[in-house]
Design a protein around this ligand. Sequence first.
Ligand code: UDP
Ligand code: MG
Length: 142
Amino acid sequence: MALERTLAILKPDCVRKNLIGEVIKRIQDAGFTIRAMKLVRLSKSEAEGFYAVHKDRPFFGELTTFMSSGPCVPIVLEKENAIADYRTLIGATNPAEAADGTIRKLFADSVGENIAHGSDSVENGLIESAYFFPEHVVVANS
Ligand code: UDP
Ligand code: MG
């Protein structure tokens, strides 16, 4: 297995529900290393840029309004097999279908407001990390 990078985002619902610490604890307990992190409020157009791959989907307007509705916490995570392991940790997109013990099952209210984002491929992990963090602010070792 290779060392991979994934971009997590603790979404605005996570921040509003005061769950930043709870979710980061689970991420760290699962063996991920934090390489970069910040609190940021996305503009609508920044949210549209990040989710451009979904621009033709019916939920795009609602998703980008939600993602720009309050602060969120993008985090660059590193681990062997990070892409798949992080998606296992957060669970299915729809919390109603997420496995017991997953972050979305535990904390999310709906398919739209589902607490956490995770990259879906090694390539997108790098592209999405760079959307929030230029390489020189990603900490190489900690
Ligand atoms: N989403 C939504 N309705 C849907 C599917 C997705 O509101 O029917 C939102 C949800 O917040 C999801 C995001 O759009 O996390 C991106 O969708 P994707 O299919 O990429 O899910 P993810 O990779 O986040 O599990
Ligand atoms: Mg996705």
